[in-house]
Design a protein around this ligand. Sequence first.
Ligand SMILES: *Cc1c(COP(=O)(O)O)cnc(C)c1O
Length: 364
Amino acid sequence: MSGGEMAEIQRAFDANFVAPAGPQLQEFEASFLAETGFKFCVAVTSGTAAIHLALRGVGVKNGDVVLASSLTFIGSVSPITFLGATPVFIDSDPETWNMCPLLLESQLSLLKREGRNVGAVLPTDLYGQSCDLDRIREVCEKYCVPLVVDSAESLGSTYRGKSTGKGASAAIFSFNGNKIITNSGGGMLASDDEALICEARYLSTQARDPVPHFEHRELGYNYRMSNILAAIGISQMSVLQERVTRKREIFSRYVNEFEEIEGLKFMPEANYGRSNRWLTTILVDPKLFGVDKEQIRLALELENIESRPIWKPMHLQPVFEGCEKVGGGVSEYLFEHGLCLPSGTALSDGDIERVAGLVKQLRR
Ligand SMILES: *Cc1c(COP(=O)(O)O)cnc(C)c1O
């Protein structure tokens, strides 16, 4: 926490806005727009809810196909199924670990020939690094498919100098407890399309028509963020840039620690952007390093230090058995060899040295 959160919560209590709406919700949205440069946004209960609203907003419907990153978190893709659409999982580009634009294009051209309706393309900005937004957007424009970017992990990162997701039909961000800033749980749907955001705001509050009685022409959701959580978010937004700086410092410290260590590589940073380095992730080559990523994880666990494998690709998840995938070898390799190191901004430099020291001791 930044230290300012309790004062913001107190402000909500003093105004008695302990409610699912209120002035701090608008302030939080305004602070998000100022930070990212998006024109419009709506704050909701989670990143997953924001993706649900985004996909519905761009017109994804029952029977559609949605092309999504395979190397991502489940919350990115489960909303596809909420709408009765079917995911097709696209593999990663080894240079960015994000959705490969070439595989995307070949799949879109195939689906077009087969006459199937593609409702949206949904790439993830993995571990804070933007997907190759311009190239993916060009492909989407060529095939007239809306682009929704899952920027849940990349708040504070840039693509060619602008916020991640900017220029897509819509982008979503998450304020879940593990993200770069958090209000304990929440999400943001952002777009430069005012109509899309207005419609999403309406759907997020039970699709209630603007009349005194409760009138509904369609079904919505109870997805709006509460004023109290927005209050926490205001204070968090004010430290976003500090958090990005610290995350990047943590990354550089690990890089210095592992310099000249054979068999350990870091997630590359693409030259088109600047990552918030949400998590520092490494690839372990067991032949060169001597032990594999699981042995490192277990050794850290013995010291009560948590590290985690990279996301298990969606095309390998039991729940998506039988789903279509395009490629898959790259994300499988990354899952097989990748480890997310402790990256919280509360870590001291000494903590990082300790973690790195333990890893280096395992070298054979
Ligand atoms: C965290 C996350 C989400 C979901 O956000 P919630 O706020 O937890 O619902 C979606 N996609 C990715 C890539 C995430 O990391």
